[in-house]
Design a protein around this ligand. Structure first.
Ligand SMILES: *Cc1c(COP(=O)(O)O)cnc(C)c1O
Length: 348
């Protein structure tokens, strides 16, 4: 039922990608006069490896996959755009985005003139398979699932994701930006079973490298080949490749992750005790979705105290909800102090 050849846009299928002279030469060259660089030596006078071979090798062994199952992006945001451009004919095709979720899927769809169909998750932020299936038609090319989901923090049930992988003939994108905060394994273990699965991960969250912009797409080598063909040749800078390699080799995020998740538990408990808080949604990520009695007022109060959180109250099922990132111990304490003062001011 799934046929990648039928799914990819015709213009992309027949596209021959930009090639560099360095693709023609496999050994170690001595003189590089092919790319109009400034040959005077400096740290960054040369173009970076467009195939990011070394970095992909390191990521592959870390995640027990093959290097040719990896496409790298300038953040996972770039990979979302690549997916839409590779598979969706503007003005014709559509993508399915169960709501509420991360806002960039819709933005990239709109940028590319692709219709976003947005069936709701359940009010507990679980997949409603029937609603998703009803939204799908023969022009539906991509289904975006975010797990753990932003802004709600919950994992989507693996059974539900698998059931959609089986019944949807397009590509299922599972965005695992927050998977490193969560004890459940990545769905990369399903890649051998489902040729229509792509997993997105990022160094922006648990790895603490939002500033270098590195997103990771993991899929079949056929899907990866299509995305690699349309990406900008030098989309990952030399600096980013170096820094990513250095951090991935150290591979020591575990301490920070356990501190953050312990803080999340503390904050969850402390917030639940406040009278201005109606509900704290249980989270597997580095943030909490919190329902307040009056989110807008609370948000403005925190802003005045120079504490910025994310107002998510206009999203479906997120009435009066703010999304709060787990900060350092000190930052979390400042937040709690501010909320306690605010609570007192609402009582008297
Ligand atoms: C933060 C976030 C990303 C991050 O994207 P990058 O471009 O890699 O920084 C992707 N997906 C979700 C759901 C996020 O919350």
């Amino acid at each position: 039922m799934f046929d990648l050849n039928l799914l990819v846009r015709k213009n992309i299928k027949h596209l021959s990608p930009y090639s560099t002279a360095r693709d023609d030469f496999k050994g170690a060259a001595e003189v590089f006069l092919d790319a109009n660089e400034n040959s005077n030596p400096s740290a960054y006078n040369r173009y970076p490896d467009p195939h990011q071979a070394k970095l992909k090798g390191t990521i592959a062994s870390l995640k027990s996959i093959l290097p040719d199952q990896i496409v790298l992006g300038n953040g996972s945001d770039e990979i979302i755009d690549l997916l839409i451009r590779a598979f969706c004919e503007p003005g014709v095709d559509n993508v399915i985005i169960p709501q509420p979720t991360y806002g960039m899927y819709r933005v990239w769809a709109q940028v590319n003139s692709v219709e976003a169909r947005e069936p709701n998750l359940t009010d507990e932020f679980a997949l409603d398979i029937q609603k998703v299936m009803l939204a799908i038609d023969h022009n539906s090319k991509l289904l975006f699932l975010c797990s753990p989901n932003n802004p709600s923090g919950n994992l989507l049930h693996k059974d539900s994701i698998e059931s959609l992988l089986q019944s949807f003939s397009g590509i299922v994108v599972v965005d695992e930006a927050y998977i490193d905060f969560c004890p459940s394994p990545s769905l990369t273990e399903l890649l051998d079973q489902y040729p229509n699965l792509i997993i997105l991960q990022t160094l922006s969250k648990a790895w603490g490298l939002a500033g270098i912009r590195l997103g990771i797409g993991i899929a079949s080598k056929q899907i990866v080949a299509i995305l690699s063909k349309i990406k900008a040749p030098y989309n990952i800078s030399a600096a980013t490749q170096e820094i990513a390699l250095q951090y991935l080799a150290q591979n020591n995020i575990r301490n920070q992750v356990s501190t953050i998740t312990a803080e999340r538990r503390k904050l969850e408990e402390a917030l639940s005790r406040l009278s201005i808080v109606q509900q704290v949604f249980s989270s597997q990520a580095n943030f909490l979705l919190v329902r307040f009695t009056d989110a807008k007022k609370c948000y403005s109060y925190l802003l005045e105290r120079k504490i910025i959180v994310r107002d998510r109250s206009s999203l479906v099922h997120c009435n009066n909800c703010l999304r709060i990132t787990i900060g350092t111990v000190g930052e979390n304490q400042k937040l709690l102090n501010a909320l306690k003062t605010y609570e007192e001011s609402t009582i008297y």
